[in-house]
Design a protein around this ligand. Structure first.
Ligand SMILES: *[C@@H]1O[C@H](CO)[C@@H](O)[C@H](O)[C@H]1NC(C)=O
Ligand SMILES: *[C@@H]1O[C@H](CO)[C@@H](O)[C@H](O)[C@H]1NC(C)=O
Length: 310
């Protein structure tokens, strides 16, 4: 195979990117498919270098017959895994979880009930707490009325989910401000809560929290309404996830950095999973979704900080 070496001087440091003919072709194809245009040659080489690392990672992972999920060189493959942290605040008191654990079906999917909105694309990473919290209000409203609204993420952000903080009082706050207005009605963000300038389209009575790590209780909660969960999404396997049930042994159940909406659960080939909606667009994962392993020791902290409207 034809080998070539790019020598690149960036800010006075020397980086050597080794490539070969096959990956040259794959890089060109990948750039075309994802419509990537870089401002200049050195910028392209920086991204190419990251992509090369991911290229090897994905090939190695997908060659492992034991893996329960696959990875791919998606639109994020030229970007470093973001280092992002959330501050989690747990305020007391919050309503206690109190669901009957019997009569909960083995599999459930709120998408089939028409109570899950389209997958959002939050753009260049960052904090998605307001997006997911709003999705939970939309879905909750739908479980009660069978009418799926699109409440304002901006209002959620301005009034109840100032970033980068995840509080277990988010849904109590939504109740206290009289519910959320629709996306179109709430004014552009000023960072100040303007709940009185528009008419709420969805409201809640407050919030509840799943006992930390209790996936049986969480199953009953998800059967009641889609829930808000924080996970450790800091691994390349998450960024480049394609399909299947996500198991990442390096995942932490306490270093949580990303929000997901859990809209159902099920099992495949004896492996249980949570159906989780991400907000990185429909080109990520399974049309924007990831299955995270369920009943596998609180995988990636899926049940560590799980709240939902009531
Ligand atoms: C796959 O699983 C088998 C049986 O558990 C094990 O012996 C083997 O080392 C595993 N292969 C990899 C690449 O992890
Ligand atoms: C707006 O929120 C405040 C609490 O911050 C609340 O007292 C007020 O009733 C809300 N306004 C409306 C129209 O719901």
């Amino acid at each position: 195979m034809l080998a070539c070496v790019f020598i690149l001087a960036v800010y006075g440091t020397l980086t050597i990117v080794e490539t070969n003919g096959q990956s040259d072709f794959d890089w060109l194809t990948w750039k075309l498919v994802h419509q990537k245009i870089y401002s200049d040659v050195s910028s392209e080489l920086i991204h190419r270098h990251i992509w090369e690392e991911n290229y090897r990672l994905v090939q190695k992972h997908n060659a492992n017959a034991n893996a329960t999920f696959t990875m791919e060189l998606n639109h994020l493959a030229d970007q470093k895994q973001r280092m992002h942290s959330l501050t989690v605040t747990l305020d007391e008191p919050i309503l206690r979880f109190e669901h009957h654990l019997n009569n909960v079906p083995d599999a459930w999917d709120w998408r089939k009930q028409g109570c899950v909105g389209p997958v959002q694309d939050q753009g260049q990473m960052g904090d998605n707490v307001p997006i997911v919290a709003t999705e939970c209000v939309d879905s909750f409203h739908c479980t009660k009325t069978r009418n799926l609204v699109s409440a304002s993420v901006v209002e959620m952000h301005d009034c109840c989910a100032k970033t980068p903080i995840a509080s277990n009082h988010i849904f109590q706050c939504v109740h206290d401000i009289g519910g959320l207005c629709s996306t179109g009605d709430y004014p552009r963000s000023t960072g100040v809560c303007k709940n009185s300038t528009c008419q709420a389209v969805a409201t809640v009575n407050g919030g509840k929290q799943v006992p930390t790590g209790d996936e049986t209780a969480m199953k009953a909660a998800v059967y009641t309404t889609p829930v808000f969960a924080l996970v450790d999404a800091s691994h390349p396997s998450f960024q480049l996830y394609r399909a299947g049930t996500y198991i990442e042994p390096r995942c932490s159940s306490s270093m949580l950095d990303h929000a997901l909406q859990v809209v159902g659960y099920g099992s495949a080939s004896g492996v249980d999973y949570w159906i989780c909606k991400n907000s990185w667009g429909v080109n990520w994962g399974m049309q924007g979704y990831i299955y995270i392993a369920r009943n596998k020791g609180n995988m990636c902290g899926i049940a560590s900080f799980t709240i939902y409207p009531v």
